[in-house]
Write a protein that binds this ligand. Structure first.
Ligand code: HEC
Length: 161
């Protein structure tokens, strides 16, 4: 009898928790959440929820294998967290600069060409998974990268191997 009560209570808590989590997610995808810096000069851009969803799908398909939750496998010093992006040379904490990275990736200090080391659309011979990404796709996935830390506080955090 007591066991049954405990189970029912547990189920109720789980359902409430799911409802709360679901509505939190709905609240978070507001216009301000979907608005990100467009360039380094103060211009902004607002993604539609559809563009955000598309960007998320592209991220899961082509980036998560190395950038789960915005961390970077093999080089945790260069995460996709906003702080690391902003300290790159040139700063990558805006849409145009991430799109540029996906065309012409460089080392964090901007000195070296990483087009043979990091997936990019300029080298479909090495990175065929990038071949079908359109310009819009690049903006959507860059947008997702900048919006994600607003939704997930663990985004870009430290990983311990
Ligand atoms: C094969 C693994 C791999 C994949 C797949 C990958 N990345 Fe990366 N990415 C890295 C590594 C490693 C670095 C750090 C490079 C360095 O040492 O500077 C990096 C760096 C970056 C940076 C620069 C971060 C900063 O703080 O300056 C951006 C932006 C980025 N990746 C975006 C993406 C996006 C978007 C995708 C999916 C389209 C993607 N990456 C797919 C491995 C990967």
């Amino acid at each position: 009898m007591i066991q049954r009560f405990v189970l029912t209570a547990l189920a109720a808590v789980l359902i409430l928790w799911q409802v709360a989590a679901g509505s939190a997610q709905a609240v978070e995808l507001t216009e301000s959440t979907l608005t990100v810096p467009f360039d380094g000069a103060g211009k902004t851009a607002t993604l539609s929820p559809q563009e955000f969803a598309k960007g998320q799908k592209i991220f899961v398909d082509t980036c998560t294998q190395c950038h789960l939750q915005g961390k970077t496998k093999t080089n945790n010093n260069v995460s996709l967290g906003l702080e690391d992006l902003s300290k790159a040379e040139p700063p990558r904490n805006n849409l145009a600069a991430i799109v540029d990275y996906l065309k012409n990736p460089t080392s964090y200090d901007g000195e070296d060409d990483y087009s043979e080391l990091h997936p990019n659309v300029g080298r479909p011979d090495i990175y065929p998974e990038m071949r079908n990404l359109t310009e819009d796709d690049l903006y959507d996935v860059a947008g997702y990268t900048l919006i994600a830390p607003k939704l997930d506080e663990r985004w870009g955090g430290t990983i311990y191997f």
